[in-house]
Ligand binder design. Sequence first.
Ligand code: SF4
Length: 200
Amino acid sequence: MGGLNRRDFLKLLGLGTAGIVGIPVVSSAAELPAPVPGSYRLKRAKETASICAYCGCGCGLIVYSEDGKVVSIEGDPDHPINEGALCPKGISISDANTIVAENRQRVQNPRRVTQVLYRAPGSSKWEVKDWDWALKTIASRVKETRDASFETTDAAGVTVNRTQAIAHLGSASLDNEENYVIHKLLRALGVINIDHHARL
Ligand code: SF4
């Protein structure tokens, strides 16, 4: 399709179909009618491509934001998986970011977690940490636990090279490629307790 992207192609296709039912066809994307000023509610919004976090299908989204706040989310017509469509769960994904306030207006959800929170063993308080601290702490605890629990053979002398002291629980929002990489890492560590919260 030369320089024509999927969105331009769909626009032209829609106009072509309109031509069949009697509306004059515009011959190129450059000749599309100019938008009427003030008619498009997202005209000032910034577009960011993203992925739906609700299931492993990994449908593409366009997130519209203004002043750093999400104002709308829709399916990405250029995404090869969903081609702009979203299921009922995906189409309501704005609810992950906003809530309906008492005055019935949609507002940012003040309870959304945006920082690393850590609760030490035995503590009842959450502490705010940064990602560097979190990733280093996770890595050192995984190493300590693996070193202390690694088994090269089982009770019958069979080679197993495993740790049974670490388990991994996957998420439905992981896509195929993420699951592949995570599985590689866990198998390399000798982790054998691997599960998924949706039991897929
Ligand atoms: S929840 Fe729906 S929209 Fe989201 S990835 Fe799954 S199928 Fe796609």
